[in-house]
Design a protein around this ligand. Structure first.
Ligand code: ATP
Length: 457
């Protein structure tokens, strides 16, 4: 049985994955804190993305650029002038709405992204669109709202310089293109990836962690020769999709949505979104765009520094074209929780919740459980201390063994090791598998080896 969004929010809170932000003070709308298990799951997601797209990829390298950047960056990138959402307030209930969302909700075949502010406003009025909150028809005029968070730097107010929190990590990569290419002596094609926080002053955040104002992105900018970009675009579509399948998302719940020509941004010659079937329907998980040389060209023009690449083989100079797969950590986190959550009724009538996460994603890889605290506790504590040097391991001695298994199942721990009478005699332990609930007996070296192998991604 699957759960709905509300139940998942409660589950995530009760099991230590995600808490409401600033809860003690009544919360701050749409902010979320990741508890011990949520932080571990997030780290594992990021680490596996890094492993797949940086570590194992012969073309790609990593970066960690700063969140605060020279404001000229956002002028050049177009974010200051055009990183806007169309917005309108319902005069009746005073709720705020994205007008493009109202339009596509009314008619999903319409490309609202491509409509002007006037056209959107006109559509709302001629079709008498309803406020999703109160059903009213009276909206304020549609206006643009810049999504960038603005702040100031410097201690003296008058001298303060307006700066922005980055709305994407990508620009930090473009700024370092030359530095990295030179320092690492890279030849085209190559990619630069990074993981980091981004901030967008979203008008309509919501759906739990799906759309928030502070989130993390895993982005790759892949630089290639002009003319070869569509081949690489197809490669990244395939590789991105495969990564999701390998993490355990079902093909049935994934949908590749190619943007039609009229939906493309002005700088893009191909874009595909990978959508996931969230409880409210298919929605964007991963955006993959072929961005031509737009970003490098903009930065070259605005900085007046050449960003051209010199190809030593052909002796040609050119601005590389770019493929950008951009994935949100929290959106993947949410998809993985939905996908992994399982509820079943056992033969004895009990309900068992288990989180069928890939072992590489699981917050704890192994739980160490003394069968009886008094008799086996000491040996179990010592075993936990030794295993914890190699793997995230948790020790639990409270409640009967069945309950402890259930607790670990519910948080996705793939293996439980029980220390019992026989362990004291021959140094072997039972190793229970979360998914099948079957048990095998192994000594310490063999069980460590076994768990490590199961956690390989
Ligand atoms: P949307 O259409 O849902 O607003 P977008 O097309 O603006 O998303 P991109 O700019 O392509 O998103 O960002 C790349 C990825 O970053 C998205 O696919 C998503 O996974 C993630 N992302 C973007 N905005 C948010 C947000 N407000 N909260 C959480 N994740 C986000």
């Amino acid at each position: 049985m699957k759960i709905n969004l509300e139940q998942l929010v409660a589950y995530a809170k009760n099991h230590g994955f995600v808490f409401q932000g600033s809860e003690l003070y009544g919360g701050l709308a749409n902010t979320w804190d990741y508890g011990p298990l949520g932080a571990a799951l997030k780290n594992n997601i990021k680490q596996l993305w890094w492993q797949r797209f940086i570590q194992e990829n012969p073309h790609n390298v990593g970066l960690d650029s700063s969140i605060l950047m020279n404001p000229a960056v956002w002028k050049a990138s177009g974010h200051i002038d055009s990183f806007n959402d169309p917005l309108s307030d319902c005069k009746q209930c005073r709720t705020r709405h994205r007008v493009d969302h109202l339009v596509t909700k009314h008619d999903p075949t319409i490309d609202a992204d491509g409509m002007s502010l006037e056209a959107l406003d006109d559509y709302v009025r001629t079709h008498r669109l309803k406020c999703p909150n109160c059903g009213g028809h009276d909206f304020t005029p549609t206006r643009q709202f810049n999504l960038m968070f603005k702040t100031s730097q410097g201690v003296i107010d008058e001298a303060a310089q307006a700066i922005y929190l980055r709305p994407e990590t990508a620009q930090g990569i473009f700024l370092n293109f030359k530095n990295i290419q030179r320092a690492m002596r890279l030849k085209i094609p190559f990619g630069i990836g990074q993981i980091g926080k981004s901030f967008r002053n979203e008008i309509t955040p919501g759906n739990f962690i799906f759309r928030t104002r502070e989130f993390e992105q895993m982005e790759l900018e892949f630089f290639c020769q002009p003319g070869e970009e569509i081949g690489w675009f197809e490669t990244y579509k395939k590789d991105s999709y495969q990564f999701l399948l390998d993490l355990g998302l079902a093909a049935d719940n994934l949908h590749m949505r190619d943007h039609a020509e009229e939906q493309l941004s002005h700088y893009s010659n191909a874009t595909t979104d990978i959508d996931y079937r969230y409880p409210w329907g298919f929605d964007e998980l991963w955006g993959i765009a072929s961005r031509t040389d737009y970003d490098l060209r903009q930065h070259q023009t605005h900085s007046k520094e050449s960003l051209e690449y010199f190809d030593p083989e052909s002796s040609e100079k050119y601005l590389p074209y770019v493929i950008e797969p951009s994935l949100g950590v929290e959106r993947l986190f949410l998809a993985l929780l939905f996908e992994a959550y399982q509820e079943e009724t056992l033969d004895n009538g009990e309900t068992r919740i288990h989180l069928a996460l890939h072992p590489a994603l699981a917050p704890y890889k192994v739980a160490i459980l003394p069968l009886m605290k008094k008799k086996h506790g000491e040996q179990a504590v010592a075993l936990h201390a030794r295993l914890a040097k190699y793997l995230p391991a948790v020790y639990d001695e409270t409640g009967n063994i069945g309950k402890r298994y259930r607790r670990q199942d519910a948080i996705g721990t793939p293996f439980a090791v029980t220390v019992d009478h026989q362990s004291q005699e021959d140094g072997t332990y039972t190793l229970r598998d979360r998914n099948t609930m079957t048990q095998i007996r192994l000594d310490e070296a063999a069980l460590l080896q076994y768990i490590k192998e199961q956690c390989v991604f």
